[in-house]
Ligand binder design. Structure first.
Ligand code: PLP
Length: 404
């Protein structure tokens, strides 16, 4: 157990008199610095959220109503695109984009989608769910974003789309990606589940750059609901209409079914909550940006490196990943836990190593991904969010800098 010494714990241990925390275990039992306190995140705008929920409860209208309409209009405007279609969750948003392209005849099962290998499984599931084939491309070792110099060599006659992921709330788009998509006539799909409000180098918001983007409102995301939620953003009216139809049983008019869809709707309570939280998103993101700046400024440990950002982007730091060398990641994680700091790993097993993809086809074609695999062994995500205090960040920085 590491001795903690004097830490500014009065600021984050409630109902305990100020003083010195005697040791790690005392601190641990008393109060962890959580990875993210959803309770605090909700309380930050609690009164407004409760008012919005009450309004929906007493309205008697719970699906496909004024709250969805308002949130969709506000979120489309915020991202900077024409259409927003709410749906049940972020995975469905991505599934509906590819499914709509299939229904519209732009893609067919067996076609290929280029996608970063180091993404959350949902990105890959949305492709395989539609019987499309994900073609995994390595990230750059310094930015952890898709390596745009490796996209062109992954293109075959079957390639129909490039799906980029703004991983960790950082812009992944480069002009080169846009040029490749134009040159080969590929759709550009963005997984914007982690990057609400992120701005790329030319000033556009991520989620408005490609042909369509999928958004998640999972509670822990930068724009999070009090349950599941998701949305598709696009400027393409046909795509928007197909997604809206698919997410409502495939119903184009009452009791008329154009596609074999599913029930994948965003409910009115979540839409009302999201509309409240959208108003505060930029302030919440600004807090994350301050936290990230403190980490970049303060973290100094030879065992740790910090991923770089792409030039000129304004990132929203959904997560704060660090890379720990010499197989010391798990050791650092337990050391931080002993010192009252909760961390997570994003992600410990890359998609191509998952049991669900343990098929011969995958094993033959997609096993040479050393950067992705190294990343899975070295990544550790530090606490970050719209409510974490400067004292806590300084304490986390000091604790990490003392690690040997
Ligand atoms: C969270 C997430 C999703 C899926 O969102 P859900 O709302 O949980 O279905 C997809 N892609 C990425 C990169 C995510 O982080």
């Amino acid at each position: 157990m590491m001795p903690l010494g004097t830490v500014p714990f009065g600021s984050f241990v409630k109902n305990v008199p100020n003083g010195t925390v005697p040791n790690g275990i005392f601190f641990y039992l008393c109060n962890m610095i959580p990875f993210l306190s959803l309770k605090e995140v909700t309380e930050l705008h609690g009164a407004e959220i409760e008012e919005a929920v009450k309004r929906v409860v007493s309205s008697g209208w719970y699906l496909q109503g004024a709250e969805n309409e308002r949130f969709e209009a506000d979120y489309a405007q915020f991202i900077g695109s024409k259409y927003c279609v709410g749906c049940a969750n972020g995975l469905d948003a991505l599934i509906w984009i590819f499914r709509a392209y299939i229904e519209l005849g732009v893609m067919k099962p067996g076609d290929e989608v280029i996608v970063p290998a180091n993404t959350y499984i949902a990105t890959i599931l949305s492709i395989t769910e539609n019987e499309l084939k994900p073609v995994l491309v390595e990230p750059k070792a310094d930015t952890l974003q898709i390596d745009d110099s490796k996209i062109e060599e992954a293109i075959t006659p079957k390639t129909r789309a490039v799906c980029i992921v703004h991983l960790y709330g950082r812009n992944a788009y480069t002009d080169r990606i846009g040029e490749i998509c134009r040159k080969y006539g590929l759709k550009l799909v963005e997984d914007n589940a982690q990057a609400h409000g992120c701005i790329c180098a030319d000033g556009r918001k991520t989620g408005s750059i490609g042909d369509a983007s999928g958004h998640s409102f999972y509670p822990g995301k930068n724009l999070g609901a009090l349950g599941d939620g998701g949305a598709v953003i696009t400027n393409d009216p046909d795509l928007a209409a197909a997604v809206r139809t698919l997410a409502n049983y495939g119903s184009s008019a009452k009791y008329v079914f154009k596609y074999m869809g599913r029930n994948s709707r965003l409910d009115e309570i979540q839409a009302a909550v999201l509309d409240v939280k959208l108003k505060h998103l930029e302030a919440d993101n600004a807090h994350r940006q301050k936290v990230a700046a403190m980490y970049y400024e303060g973290l100094r440990n030879p065992l740790i490196s910090l991923p770089e950002c792409l030039p000129d982007a304004q990132n929203v730091y959904h997560l704060f990943p660090i890379l720990v060398s010499e197989n010391k990641r798990d050791e650092l994680q337990s050391y931080l836990k002993e010192n009252g700091i909760e961390t997570l790993i994003h992600y410990p097993i890359p998609p191509h190593k998952q049991e669900c993809y343990a098929t011969e086809e995958w094993n033959r074609s997609q096993l040479n991904l050393p950067i992705t695999e190294k990343l899975a062994a070295q990544e550790l995500s530090l606490p970050i969010g719209p409510t974490i205090s400067a004292d806590n960040i300084n304490y986390i920085i000091d604790t990490i800098n003392r690690f040997r």
